[in-house]
Design a protein around this ligand. Sequence first.
Ligand code: OGA
Ligand code: MN
Length: 295
Amino acid sequence: MPELAANTALPANAAGLPTITPDENGFGAEIGNIDLTQPISDAAFEIIHEAFLRHKVLVFRGQPLDDAAHQAFAQRFGPLEGHINVSTRHAKLPQVQVFSNVKADGTTTGVHPEKGTLVWHTDKSYVAEPSLTTILRSPAIAKKGGDTLFADMARAYGDLPQATKDRLEGLMCVHDWKRSREKSNERPATEDEMRAAPPVVHPMVRTHPETGAKALYIGNHTACIVGWSWADSDSFIAELETHATQPQYIYRHKWQVDDVMMWDNRATLHCVEPYDAANEKRAVHRVVVKGDRPY
Ligand code: OGA
Ligand code: MN
C-alpha cells in the first residue's frame, strides 16, 4: 500500500471516485461519493479495497440497496459463504442472512435474534477458513442502543508488552460453535450444526494475508488454548480481550437506516450493544465473503 498516514482524508475526486473520511484515530472510515445500488467501477473498487485494508471498518451512508445489489457488491470482494444457522437464512437468497426481531405482522419477537452477536467475536472463527468480511445493511435500527462496536486487533496486539507477545508465540486456540453457543446463552447447537462445524484450531496471533500485519485472533468462539488447562486458558483469553477492547481500540457505529457497513474479520472483533428488543425494531441483512485459513 502507498505510504499514507492512517488518518489522511482523501479529497473528493473530480472523476467521481469515492471519498474516504477516516475516524480520528484511523480505525474505521466513512466512504462517500459512491452509489452502491449501481455496479461500481474497478477504480472505485480499488479505492474502497485499499481503504478497507487500511481502516478495517467501512461505513457507507444512505445506500437503499435491495438484497440482490447487496450481494453483488459483496461479490466484488470474493466468493460468498452461507451460514451454519439456517434459521436466519433469507427465504429466496440463501447467501443473505437476516438478523431481525421484527415479525411479518410488524410486531417484535421480543428478543435479539442472535445472542452470540452481543459478545465480542470475529465472524465464523469456528470454521477452518473463517469469514474475510461481513457486509451489513440496516433496514431497521434501534433508537436507543443497538450500536455495533469494533475493536482493532492489530493495534491491540502491537501495544501488548513484549512478555505477553512472547507468551503468545506459537499458541493455538480451539474455536467451537457448540461452545460459543453455550458461552452466549443461545439455544444449544443442533446435531447438524455440530456436524457442519466441528471444533477447529487457529493461531492466537494471525498474520493478515494482504497486509502482513499481526493481530490477536480471539473472541467468543474460542473454547480453549491447546495444551492449557481450562482455567488458565479462560483467564488468559479474558485478559487479552480486556486489553483489546479498551476505548482506544474501539470504533462505535451508530446506525442510520440504509447504512451499509463492512469490516475485516481478520483483524477486528465486533459486538452489538444491547437494546430493548421488546420495544425497539432492529434488522440487519448480512452477506459474508469467504476467507482463508489463518496462519
Ligand atoms: C454479524 C454481527 C452485528 C450487528 O452480522 O456478524 O455480528 O450489528 N452483527 O447486527
Ligand atoms: Mn458477527
